[in-house]
Design a protein. Sequence first.
Length: 357
Amino acid sequence: MVTPLLKRKRAKRVGEPPGSLIPSAPGTAAPVSRTLFSYDGSGYRETLLTGDIDFRALKEGSGVSWLNIDGIRDSHLLERVGDGLAIHPLALEDIQNPDLRPKIEDYESYLFLSFKMLRWDRARSAIDSEQVSLLVGKGWVVSFQEEREGDVFGAVRERIRTGKGRIRSAGADYLAYSLLDAVVDHYFLVLEQLEEAVDAIEGRLVGEPGAEPVGDIQRLLGQVTLVRRAVWPLREIVLEVLKEEYPLVAEATHHYFRDVYDHLLEVADTVDLLRDMLAGLVNLHITSLSKNMNAIMKVLTIIATIFMPLSFIASLYGMNFRYMPELSLPWGYPAVLALMSAITIGMIVYFKRKKWM
């Protein structure tokens, strides 16, 4: 399980020179999985790599090659990738940093992109955030994921296998778009789960006046903030691709990136709406608490008001003077009780007519 974004510790060590890779502690590195897709208009080949990577074939092969690497803690593997593809040390350092803000950088011979892949964990009812980095060259793409298997790229792999759509006939830039589009599509699935959670809390507030949803609201606010931190920088990245002239991104692919940008705008609007809804639920909860408190205070005030004259009469006749009126009357005690009862009934009738009860 990937550590939630807001609770991660920084991978970068203080004092290390720029471009330094952080080696894994002995026995803590997770197994690394490497899968290579090579395809063109006539077919594809899928290989699970177990030995050394032939970077020359990756760069110079016909068609498009996609190397997916699950695991970013293996510094030796990152160094081999850097040497084989002439990747700048700063880009390698960014790949290894799971807290990196989504970004794009042009290194002339390749593009570096980094963004967050979000998935909904039903067991925890929470979002899993995973760092994804892309190196996009002419005819090749290398993607890096964190220390676990499983991602949102299954549909992209299936399109490569079946030849559905234009992915086999397009270049590496279209593959990069497809991977990014798959990530953004799953943002909508995450938002659907968050919307259901917000609706459930709203139902509890309306149906259960005594509900205490503050903890759930705060947890959901944290989840919405997690999505916002992933979406807003990514929107800037896609907008930069549309505005800047990157030689590795064909003009025809801009139309597809523009579609991703539209989806990100929709996601951002939904995130803002969820934040407003959660703020409204907090206000609704406070209003409900105030209403309940006012009702309680109203009942207590009415009771105290009714007992004020009764307490006065009881205290008056409880004084220990020897000579007091009515002390010797045989009907004095019943008369006082009757008076107290009449006062109580009269006050209740008066309060009901005033609609205070």
